[in-house]
Design a protein around this ligand. Structure first.
Ligand code: SIN
Length: 529
C-alpha cells in the first residue's frame, strides 16, 4: 500500500465545475490542496452540460431580477426548496461567472452583450451559453487549463474507496485505489465534488463516471443525505433505438427555448394544454407529459421538431446536438429529432449548509453530489453549473475559515471490510424499470430486492469501488422513494398521483450500524434543513 508522505489541507474529490473551482480558490487562499479524479481532469460530467448557466446578468434587456430567478426556482422545486439557500446561491451568480471569465471562459455574444436564452421553467431569457451548446465543455476547458497552468496538485487515475476519519470522527484523509493497488492520502479536510448517479439507470445523459461515488462515500462516513428520491429525467435525450443503454446524447432544452416543438409519434403536440409554459414548462412536467404520451401511443420516443431553424442555423447555434443527430443519420434541419427522457440529475444528495459543510467534521460537499436546498424536488434548468461555481468557491472558503493548524497524526488505515455489491446490469435495468418516471410500491420493492441481492466483496479495483457505490446509492434512493407516498417534482408515483401537504418536507437518509440506508430526521446545519 502506498502511503503518501504528505498531509494536505484539502483533498478535493472530483474535477468538474465545483471541484476545480474549489481547488483553485483553495490554492488562492494558501491551502495545500490536491484534486483527485478517478479518470482524467477533463473527463468529468461537466463537459456534457449543454444549455448553459442560469444567471441574472446586469445590463440590457431589462426586466429580469434575482427575485424573478428565485421565484422560478421555487416553482420548479415544487415546494421543497430552501428559500434562503436559493436566494443566497442565485444572488452570488454574477460574481461567480465573472470569476470564471477571469479564468478565460468565453461566452457567446461576448461580455457586454452576452446572448441569453430560455429553458424549461424560466420566465426570462437568462441562460448564458458558450460554443452554442457546449457550455460545460467551455467551463471544463477553462478550469482545467487554469488548474494545469497554476500547477495545482492533481492526482489522476485514483479512485477513492473511503473517506478516512480519526477516532474523534473527524476527517483525516482518503483511501485510494488504482489498477496497481491501494494507497492512503492524509488530508485535514475533504471536499466531495463527485457529481451525480446517472449510471444507476440503464440510459442516462451522464458520462460514465457518474456512478454515485460521492453519495456512497458520504453515507459511509456518517453524513446525512436528503431528497434522494428526486432523480431528474431530462425530457429530451437523443433516441438511439429500443432498449439503448449507457450514455445518451443530450438534446438541450435551449432548442425548445429557440422555438422547437415536441410532437408525439403521430405528429400531435405533446405539451398543448398541459402547462401554461407549454414546451418550456419545468422539466419534471415535460418529462412526465412525454412519458404519458409515449404510453398512450405505445411507443418509446417522441419527436422534437426544430426544422424551423434550418440546418445551417442548427449547425451554428447547436453544433453538439447537430453532430450527435448526424451521427445517427438525422438531419434536424429537415426532419424532427427522435427523443426520449433519460436519467439526468440527482436533485438531492449530501446535506450541506450554504458553505458546503456537511454533518461530518472536516467533510464538505459541493455541486451535484450536495443537497444545499437549491433544487428541492426538481432542479430548474441550468441552475446546476451556477451552483457548482458558487458552492465550489464557498466550500473552499469554508475550509479555510474552519482550518486549524492542529497536529494531524495521520489517517488511520482503510477498513478493508468486504462490501455488499449487486450486479450492475441488473441494478441498472431494475432502476430504469421501477425507479424512473412513474413509480409504485410494488416496483420499488422489486428494485429494492435487486439492490439487496448482493455478494460481499473486497474492494480491490476501481470498478469494484464503483459497483459498491452504485449498490449503496440505489438502496438509499429506493428507501426514500418508497417512503414518499405522494407525487412531487421528479418523484412521480402512479399509486399516489397527487401531492400531499404532509409530505412537504425533505426525507433524510443515513446508514445504520449495519450499513443499511435508513430514514432519519432532517437536522438543521448552519440554518439549512
Ligand atoms: C440542457 O441543456 O438541456 C441541460 C441543462 C441542464 O441540465 O441544466
Amino acid at each position: 500500500m502506498t502511503i503518501w508522505d504528505v498531509t494536505v489541507d484539502l483533498a478535493v474529490v472530483g474535477t468538474g465545475v465545483a471541484g476545480l473551482t474549489a481547488a483553485l480558490r483553495a490554492a488562492e487562499l494558501g491551502l495545500r490542496v490536491v484534486a483527485v479524479t478517478k479518470t482524467t481532469v477533463e473527463d468529468g460530467n461537466t463537459r456534457c452540460a449543454q444549455g448553459g448557466i442560469a444567471v441574472v446578468w446586469p445590463g440590457p434587456p431589462p426586466g429580469d431580477s434575482v427575485d424573478a430567478h428565485v421565484a422560478d426556482t421555487l416553482v420548479a422545486g415544487a415546494g421543497l426548496c430552501d428559500e434562503t439557500a436559493v436566494r443566497t446561491i442565485l444572488a452570488a451568480g454574477p460574481a461567480a461567472v465573472s470569476e470564471l471569465k477571469m479564468h478565460g471562459a468565453v461566452f457567446d455574444g461576448g461580455w457586454a452583450d452576452v446572448h441569453r436564452t430560455r429553458e424549461g421553467g424560466h420566465r426570462a431569457y437568462r441562460v448564458i451559453h458558450a460554443g452554442g451548446d457546449a457550455t460545460g465543455a467551455e467551463i471544463e476547458r477553462t478550469l482545467a487549463g487554469a488548474a494545469r497552468s497554476r500547477q495545482l496538485m492533481l492526482l489522476e487515475g485514483q479512485s477513492v474507496s473511503e473517506v478516512l476519519r480519526d477516532d474523534t470522527g473527524r476527517v483525516a484523509g482518503l483511501a485510494l485505489l488504482d489498477e496497481l493497488g491501494a494507497g492512503v492520502l492524509g488530508a485535514r479536510a475533504v471536499l466531495l465534488a463527485t457529481g451525480g448517479l446517472g449510471q444507476l439507470y440503464a440510459a442516462s445523459t451522464n458520462a460514465d463516471v457518474a456512478t454515485g461515488d460521492g453519495l456512497a462515500l458520504a453515507l459511509r462516513a456518517g453524513a446525512l443525505t436528503a431528497d434522494l428520491e428526486f432523480v431528474q429525467f431530462h425530457p429530451t435525450a437523443l433516441y438511439l433505438g429500443t432498449g439503448s443503454r449507457g450514455r445518451q446524447p443530450l438534446v438541450t432544452e435551449a432548442i425548445r427555448g429557440e422555438g422547437a416543438v415536441l410532437l408525439d409519434i403521430d405528429g400531435a403536440p405533446v405539451m398543448t394544454g398541459v402547462h401554461p409554459l407549454g414546451g418550456l414548462a419545468p422539466r419534471d412536467v415535460v418529462a412526465g407529459a412525454i412519458t404519458r404520451r409515449m404510453a398512450a401511443t405505445g411507443t418509446d420516443h417522441v419527436l422534437l421538431d426544430a426544422t424551423h431553424l434550418g440546418s445551417a442555423e442548427l449547425r451554428r447555434r447547436f453544433p453538439t446536438v447537430h453532430a450527435a443527430c448526424a451521427s445517427v443519420g438525422v438531419d434536424p434541419g429537415c426532419e424532427p429529432i427522435p427523443v426520449a427522457p433519460a436519467a439526468h440529475y440527482q436533485c438531492g444528495g449530501v446535506v450541506t449548509d450554504t458553505s458546503g459543510r456537511t454533518t461530518v467534521p472536516g467533510l464538505y460537499a459541493a455541486g451535484e453530489v450536495a443537497r444545499t436546498g437549491l433544487h428541492g424536488a426538481n432542479r430548474l434548468a441550468s441552475n446546476s453549473l451556477l451552483e457548482g461555481l458558487v458552492m465550489g468557491r464557498r466550500a473552499a472558503e469554508a475550509v479555510a475559515a474552519d482550518f486549524t493548524v492542529s497536529r494531524c497524526p495521520g489517517p488511520p488505515l482503510p477498513s478493508h471490510e468486504p462490501r455488499p455489491v449487486a450486479d450492475r446490469d441488473a441494478l441498472q435495468q431494475s432502476m430504469s424499470a421501477h425507479a424512473g418516471i412513474g413509480r409504485d410500491s410494488a416496483g420499488l420493492a422489486a428494485a429494492s430486492a435487486v439492490a439487496g441481492a448482493t455478494t460481499r466483496r473486497r474492494i480491490r479495483t476501481p470498478h469494484d469501488a464503483e459497483d459498491a457505490g452504485l449498490t449503496l446509492a440505489a438502496a438509499a434512493v429506493l428507501a426514500a422513494a418508497a417512503a414518499r407516498t405522494e407525487s412531487r417534482g421528479c418523484h412521480l408515483r402512479t399509486d399516489h398521483p397527487r401531492s400531499a401537504e404532509r409530505w412537504r418536507r425533505s426525507i433524510a437518509v443515513v446508514l445504520d450500524d449495519d450499513g443499511t440506508p435508513v430514514l432519519a430526521e432532517p437536522v438543521l446545519i448552519g440554518g439549512v434543513a
